[in-house]
Design a binder for this molecule. Sequence first.
Ligand SMILES: Cc1cc2nc3c(=O)[nH]c(=O)nc-3n(C[C@H](O)[C@H](O)[C@H](O)COP(=O)(O)OP(=O)(O)OC[C@H]3O[C@@H](n4cnc5c(N)ncnc54)[C@H](O)[C@@H]3O)c2cc1C
Length: 573
Amino acid sequence: MHCLEVERVVPASLPDPHPRPRQGLGAGCSTSGPLPPPPPLHYDALFLGTGHNALVAQAYLSRAGLRTLAIDRAAAPGGGLRTIGNPRLPGFIHHPHSFFHRGITQMPWFHDLELARHGVRYLQPELNVAMHLRDGRALEWWTDLDRTVASFAQFAPKDADALRRWTGEFRPIVERILIPESQCPPLAPARRTELLARSRLGRRLLEVSALSPLEFVTRHFEHDAVRAGLLFFNGLREIDLRLPGFGHAIPALLAAPGKAQMCVGGSGRLADGLLAAIAEHGGEIRCDIDLRSILLRHGRAAGIELETGEILTADCVVSGLNPQQTFLDYLPADAVPADVRAQAARFDYNLLAPLFALNVALAEPPRWSAAAQRPELSQALMTIVGLERFGQFHDIVAAHERGGIPPTVAWGSCPTVFDPSQAPAGKHVAFLWEKLPYALRGDPTHWDAECEAHGRRLLAHWTEFAPNLAGSVLDVYARSPLDTERTLPNMARGDLLVGSFAHGQIGAHRPFPGAGHYRTPVPGLYLCGGSTHPGGNVTGLGGYNAARVLVADAGKKIWWTPPDIESALAALD
Ligand SMILES: Cc1cc2nc3c(=O)[nH]c(=O)nc-3n(C[C@H](O)[C@H](O)[C@H](O)COP(=O)(O)OP(=O)(O)OC[C@H]3O[C@@H](n4cnc5c(N)ncnc54)[C@H](O)[C@@H]3O)c2cc1C
């Protein structure tokens, strides 16, 4: 078992990484003596990090006519979208980070930024998720509701009815409330409640929200495996399932029109499309950059200093990093009010979000035992193995709390079943992910000694469900939650959602009160990453919403048509 370095290749479509100053900043000077140091480069907006949210925001700003630059410490842009080429086996592409992208082609920015024209293509396999049980059965989520209901009915007809009922009831709530909310800067909580309380749909949402996801599932579904599947697939990734206030999360995911999709050529192709959209309007990217600090002038963010001493000035700085990096690491202590520093320091990370990942290059795809009876199972985009009982949720939480490894529940995919371009002809790549604690036995550095051994255990678990793996693995490498944090330090504690979804850290309070509208308490400093509303995962909506605020503050025309949340909620029946 080996470790791979994340791709160190900058796409050819990127602009010159060392652009010349624009006219007026020293252009045309002639001198006979030693050259004076060049004046700092000036931008309308400087982005910290090239995660997809920053790239989305940068693309909107560039097209609005603003001069933009995004910098990144990594060798290649794209953050959690980047794929890696296997250096030992050329032609095999692996996903060290995101793979399942929910409803990307329905996102407003996908269309506004013309990403299809920039070559981005997505697939949405009809069998979206299959949860294999040891008795050979599988609980299935299809893009077609009737087929999902039929699968649930094989386990429990009452649960199948409940699934259809909740999906139908929540569809208008998702389409008319939750989607517009995710695509707008958030309302103040009191105003939101006031507007929701005026309509039947809004009141129903508030009523269901009052439960915890755990209560929602136990109250409305009966079968042990169905409950386990709903909690795991529809909930475990995003939120603390024990918290009241998030009961709507599971029916909302069931009813969401956006299903899991995968990017043709690998997730990195989405980053490439965004980079092309940025480059088309003159936006610039620089990678392999070590940031020293955010610079202020008269109390306003006015640029950045790099570790090389180079200074870049800007009308505003937009951070795609987490609040600790932004407010504590890169701003001088005396530039930030003490209460803001304290709030940034308190910003918290998800206990259950960190992933352990096993990536394999294969001579043939995993042949699932369960597919012998049901061949469709070999066409599932996501396969879950090891999840059988509702009670396993408590085992997983307890293990994370004590820093131990719970009995294996894992999920993954074989991308090359759908997109052969991700491996040489006839060969395959696949991965399996498992939720494991960041601080293993109380200390994340324990992962350095444990990573390979745990990878072998996970491969053995996988082989129980797909026995042909025993003879078809060409190469294997594992990544621990600590590797995630090392590669993407904004995902502190390996939290791939860049901050927990808990009260005090959602909506207008994400990342903390006073910084929840993409503007921050430091004038000229903005946020746009996963630690802003609506949160982590590949949604691009933090960047989409930030773009609206940034373009308005720059006095430029908002060239696209974003939704208006006040009027969307006021129009509810
Ligand atoms: C193993 C794994 C699997 C995942 N699977 C999925 C999935 O299937 N579906 C899904 O939707 N999401 C998934 N995610 C989560 C998803 O990748 C993130 O939520 C998402 O990438 C966050 O986007 P972002 O815009 O906040 O920035 P990020 O993608 O986190 O990018 C941040 C960027 O900032 C840069 N940076 C960090 N620190 C500095 C610094 N000090 N100076 C300069 N640059 C810096 C980084 O190099 C990076 O390029 C997964 C994550 C992991 C780790």
